[in-house]
Design a protein around this ligand. Structure first.
Ligand code: TRP
Ligand code: SF4
Length: 400
């Protein structure tokens, strides 16, 4: 019913590293040619975990945006914008919050996880508890059907689907249909009608697929129904109602996860990352000093690429013939680690050259970037306002 639309976002973390590039940006660039895409800087999200670090936000936002454009995100194809410049995100977050059970938020897998892991931070705030709902609003306010994200974000997309389903259930009723469906329900007979009603509620409120199956089986067995009423009840079971919000699908990125220079997760804060725009000399130094399979103390010691943080880089950056050369050369100790790293260095330098050139345009002329983003914010806002009109009406707020 609604057109396909893509939304994704990133927190402003400053200059991007090659993990961001291959994990997300390459995918965004691919999608922008196929679908209308909305790419958002999630600056409010930064405050959910660091409400007292406000000075870095602005700086990180613009640095990150330069790298999006340098990666090839094209403002003529995609809409690039900043969350806080589209206040409709806040309004939808507030309105969705009215009917969001606290337990749903407390059970988001990252919630307790992060509180334990980031124990140096104060995460016992309303903002942190509510951030998955804010993310849901980010997506739903554009009626996005697809959300390209990494594995770690999948529970948030699942949560978003549940929020959308609940909203449509609570506020999406269409006049006439419901009465007819209720009449048809009576024809099921008392006991069955009651069971039907129960499983329907369980599916629509909680997305319980078992309940949906149970409801379908019940209808399939019901002899007393006319064809029309049966159809009606199948539709009613799944929610043939006005869909105000769209349930989005997560689109996982295909790229394998890139570890950092030391084999741990790549992150600027661990100091183990390679930037998307690294100085060529620094890039070369970083790769040359990368640790390798610890078993290869001397050149004559055989190694195992699977135990070496250099290998995942090869999988992304070099071709099949080079992979074979690495595999056999490493295991037979016929190549040295510096030999092994050279094709990587070459490939990275080659990849980064055009990226650096594209970034330079925006570094030289900061107003260019400001204009692109202002334009994107306007475009995003129009779409968000459209959704909010329907949401307000559905929630009884369009009175005069
Ligand atoms: N929470 C996401 C992250 O930490 C960022 C984000 C915010 C996002 N809003 C979004 C991602 C909407 C996809 C869709 O990476
Ligand atoms: Fe790693 Fe390559 Fe050295 Fe093997 S030869 S240990 S894969 S750097």
């Amino acid at each position: 019913m609604y057109p396909e639309r893509v939304l994704s976002g990133m927190r402003p973390t400053g200059a991007m590293h090659i993990g961001h590039y291959h994990g997300a940006l390459v995918n965004w660039v691919r999608m922008q040619a196929e679908y209308p895409c909305f790419f958002m800087v999630a600056d409010w999200h930064a405050l959910t975990t660091s409400y007292d670090e406000v000075a870095v936000i602005g700086e990180s936002v613009w640095e990150m945006l330069i790298d999006w454009l340098a990666a090839g995100v094209d403002p003529n194809q995609a809409t690039i914008f900043i969350q806080s410049r589209v206040p409709e995100h806040a309004e939808l977050t507030l309105l969705l919050g009215m009917a969001t059970p606290l337990g749903w938020l407390e059970r988001v897998p990252t919630y307790k996880d992060q509180i334990e892991k980031l124990s140096h931070k104060d995460l016992l705030t309303y903002g942190f508890l509510g951030y998955p709902l804010m993310q849901a609003a980010d997506i739903l306010v554009y009626r996005a059907s697809m959300v390209p994200v990494g594995e770690d974000q999948v529970p948030h997309i699942e949560f978003t689907r549940e929020i959308a389903r609940r909203f449509n259930y609570l506020y999406g009723r269409e006049a006439g249909f419901e009465e007819k469906a209720r009449e048809a329900m009576k024809k099921l007979g008392g006991k069955r009608a009651k069971l039907y009603d129960e499983v329907r509620t369980r599916f629509q409120q909680n997305g319980d697929e078992g309940a949906l199956e149970q409801g379908r089986a019940l209808l399939a067995d019901a002899q007393s129904l006319s064809m029309g009423d049966r159809e009606r009840l199948f539709g009613y079971l799944e929610g043939s109602r006005k869909l105000i919000l769209v349930e989005p699908q997560a689109r996982l990125t295909a790229a394998p996860r890139l570890p950092g220079l030391d084999g741990a997760k790549m992150s600027k804060s661990y100091g183990n990352s390679i930037a998307m725009r690294e100085e060529p000399a620094e890039l070369t130094r970083k790769i040359r000093t990368m640790p390798t399979d610890p078993a290869r103390v001397r050149l004559t010691d055989p190694g195992d690429p699977e135990l070496c943080p250099v290998w995942p880089l090869h999988r992304i950056y070099t071709d099949e013939a080079t992979h074979q050369w690495v595999q056999s050369g490493c295991r037979s100790a016929s190549i040295g680690c510096l030999d092994c790293k050279q094709p990587l260095i070459d490939a990275l330098l080659k990849e980064q050259q055009p990226i650096r050139e594209r970034a330079q345009v925006y570094l030289d002329d900061p107003t260019l970037l400001r204009n692109i983003v202002a334009d994107g914010c306007d475009k995003a806002r129009k779409v968000a306002q459209d959704t909010m009109r329907d949401v307000r009406e559905a929630m009884g707020l369009d009175y005069s």
